[in-house]
Write a protein that binds this ligand. Sequence first.
Ligand code: SF4
Ligand code: MSK
Length: 651
Amino acid sequence: KKDEKAKVANPQDASIDAATQIMIKRAQDLGIDTCFDRNVTLKPCSIGNQGTCCKNCSMGPCRLPLPKDYDEANDTRKGICGATANTIAARNFIRMVAGGAAAHSDHGRSVAEVFLSAARKETDAYQIKDVRKLLEIAPFLGVATTVEKDGAVLDRDIDEIAVEVGEKAMEEWGKAEGELEYLKRAPKPRYELWKKQGVLPRNIDREIVEIMHRTHMGVDQDYKNLMKQGVRASIADGWGGSMLATDLQDILFGTPYPLASEANLGVLKEDHVNIVIHGHEPVLSEMIVTTAQKPEMVAYAKSKGAKGIQLSGICCTANEILQRHGVPLCGTFLQQELAIITGAVDAMVVDIQCIFQNVANVAKCFHTKLITTHPIAKMEQDNAIHIEFDEHHAVEDAEKIVRMAIDNFANRGAEVMIPRQKSPIIAGFGVESVEYHLGGTFRGSYYTLNDNIINGRIRGVAGVVGCNNARVKHNEGHITVVKELIKNDVLVLTTGCNAIACAMEGLLTPESAKVFCGPGLAEVCETVGIPPVLHLGSCVDNSRILLAATEVVKAGGLGNDISDLPVAGSAPEWMSEKAISIGQYVVASGIYTVFGAVFPTAGAPVFQRYLFEEMEKMYGGMWDFEADPVKHAWKMINHIDAKRKALGIDQ
Ligand code: SF4
Ligand code: MSK
């Protein structure tokens, strides 16, 4: 319960989404505080958000705010040890990269462990589902798919390949020598550029650990050298941990193909047992999807007075089970408390990342069971029930959770109030389906992506991704940026909470092309029947965007490297360290990337200029910041136009 004297948010100022506004008001009426209200009472530290507060040793925190009369030539700011604002901001920035890369990559490691268990047949719960993808990635990990016998080339046993792929994948986190195997999936000039810049990651864990070492008090004190390591660790995320997570999940659970579903809080059903799955790792949620569909479970729910079981998701676990099973999206990151406040959620099952600790407090106000499932992510509140998920007892664990939710259906006390808002969506795109839907290849026909970029029907491609941030109006940045892009014929690839925001807004349907797109993009979308905004999955699936860009380069006609393409990246409402790691590997891959909300280096203009200008000279991609979403989109469009001009396709 909230402090009754505390100020509250105006729901209309807090979100552009009607369902969210309704539920913020309901929370306030019930006296339950949410992130929207806490945002009003808790103001951010103005030095911390400039990136120039250092607390890396106990002589600090040393706080170096940007003076009002800042004069770059005479900037004498320094910490007790002498660290400059540039050093402090760079250390803080790459620590964010380390946090983000660690989160994505540890997620990838967990999947790799389950993959290896499945390949070794140590568990019955998981099997290799997508053999085609297994055979596709095996060579990238140095695993042979054929064997020579008596002069003949024979196919290798699939189980044998799977075990070797699992073992090779696991080595990527900690091998003693060499470099990440997947780096050579990038276009050759990109790989050579990374080599020249000395940023080829050696293994995933080492690059993250080295950031923690270099940023320890008194080690690396050159912002350029610090950033070199930040770049290297981010590449280990995008082209390492995240890419392995995506591939191994696709092999285990199936590569996504387009399917229909719905999005927003209105997907909850009053007469069903509602189980909301929240977090990032699909290893458990896959099991819950299978379990909740079992006839005996549905019958059990009916025996308790419900009409059935309604699964839905929040954050990237939602995107994972949406793209493979069509499970509806309940909401974005900022709607997690609101889902419980409907009074209709019988269980919220959480795993890792982006989970508000306050969901346990909100759950206490209702009958909702809040179930934590991951050994590294528990909660101190006494109502949080910990059911530790283990792939060796996956079916039993999932059944226990689903039964607990069903048993809880009868305990609904408060009045249920589910907003009616929900939107139809088509999700589940990937490199394979983009290629399939746009002519079966990337180049050579009226339908293909490269040809449509060259002939100008598609002006360019934007990856718009990332979180919500309670400091800015919920979904306003996401939706304004995306609508401005598609209105100007830029095809949007989306993941994470931007994908959920676009889903809620009705932008993930082929029909939306006619309403929101410029004529060229509308023509392409209507001809091939795709939405103008393609949902490519979860945060780790930003690796799909890297691979799609690589395929476009390889198909030809648009330059030799990713940095030649008329493409741009964006995270209009980012908040997590993962977003910084993603942004950095996208920049290092050669893509101009604009962030909204705030930028965490504003207190160190020299260092910020290094990110915003110098990086382009080194990597062909750079950072930028723009809080105004229309200007934000136009920075991207102008960049796309400049690239078109450089390619000679600007007619
Ligand atoms: Fe201050 Fe230097 Fe210690 Fe940071 S490392 S807290 S700048 S003395
Ligand atoms: S869930 S990292 S709030 S996108 Fe991946 Fe959303 Fe950002 Fe979490």
